[in-house]
Design a protein around this ligand. Structure first.
Ligand code: DGL
Length: 284
């Protein structure tokens, strides 16, 4: 129906405005194979406090780091479709393994903004004094072409060691991050890097910030340990602004948590990591 007069235009503008406000109050989907994405979620909660967040931990299929590209892509597509069915306005792939294995195909298939995690190799090469850097990753990331190309791009002036850490994600998922077993495992991965003389370590898996204290304890103060929660949050903010998706409402957003292995033990693990009581829901 054509707009007749000033009043019609005003009414139509107000409907459009309220539609946009409703769309902008829709959640941001965040996912990981397990609890790794929680460090990124915490950072998003702090810096975008008005946004509603929907977190999925695909714990039943963790670790992604030991799975094939095809398998990871299938999981990522399923989770993305679940977010879209819940009107998500953007998706954060809070997992390095899923980012390098599946983000390109995901972006081709969906139209909402998709933000991935890139390991901080570039900033590490400028921070490192002796230009000896190590990057801790899962097996699937270490073998991934996209990741290897990224390392090659930034390692022209630095000696970059890729250190896969099989078994570490499993221990973190079992809430054994403070166990002697975990310390021994980390020692076995870090010792050769220390012998090599690296002065900067990049955490290339979102689970690893959860053992950052232990890494610092083993490596000492002189080694810089870099993670990615802050740059991912900044990139998310830029994308929300660019697509006019920032939630204009002033109330504090809500985060809901879901897991493909939903049980009280998992709920306790989430609470322990986030240091607050929460309810874990079943995914899908
Ligand atoms: N948190 C993940 C990552 O950033 C996944 C680890 C895994 O499931 O193996 O790579």
């Amino acid at each position: 129906m054509p707009l007749q007069n000033q009043a019609d235009i005003k009414a139509a503008t107000s409907i459009l405005k309220s539609k946009r406000q409703t769309a902008n109050a829709e959640p941001i989907g965040i996912f990981d194979s397990g609890v790794g994405g929680l460090s990124i979620t915490q950072c998003i909660e702090q810096q975008l406090p008005h946004e509603n967040l929907l977190y999925v931990a695909d714990t039943l299929y963790a670790p992604y780091g030991e799975k094939s590209t095809e398998f990871i892509q299938q999981r990522v597509n399923d989770i993305a479709q679940w977010f879209i069915a819940r009107n998500a306005k953007a998706i954060v792939v809070a997992c390095n393994t899923a980012t390098v294995n599946a983000i390109d195909q995901l972006r081709k298939n969906i139209s909402i903004p998709v933000i991935g995690v890139e390991p901080a190799i570039k900033p590490a090469t400028s921070i490192s004094k002796n230009k000896k850097i190590a990057i801790l990753v899962t097996k699937a990331t270490a073998e991934n072409k996209r990741f290897l190309a990224l390392v090659a791009q930034y390692s022209h002036n630095s000696d970059v060691t890729i250190q896969p850490c099989p078994g570490l994600v499993e221990l973190i998922e079992q809430d054994k991050k403070n166990s002697p077993e975990c310390k021994l495992m980390l020692l076995s991965y870090l010792q050769p890097l220390l012998v090599k003389g690296v002065d900067t370590i990049v955490l290339g898996c979102t689970h690893y910030p959860l053992v950052k204290n232990l890494i610092n304890e083993i490596c000492g103060d002189s080694i810089v340990v870099m993670e990615t929660a802050q740059p991912v949050t900044e990139q998310l903010k830029r994308q929300l602004v660019l697509h006019q998706l920032i939630n204009p409402l002033n109330n504090i957003g809500e985060t809901t948590f879901h897991s493909s292995k939903c049980c009280l033990k998992q709920q306790a693990l989430f609470s322990h990591i986030l240091q607050r009581t929460l309810r874990l829901n079943i995914y899908p």
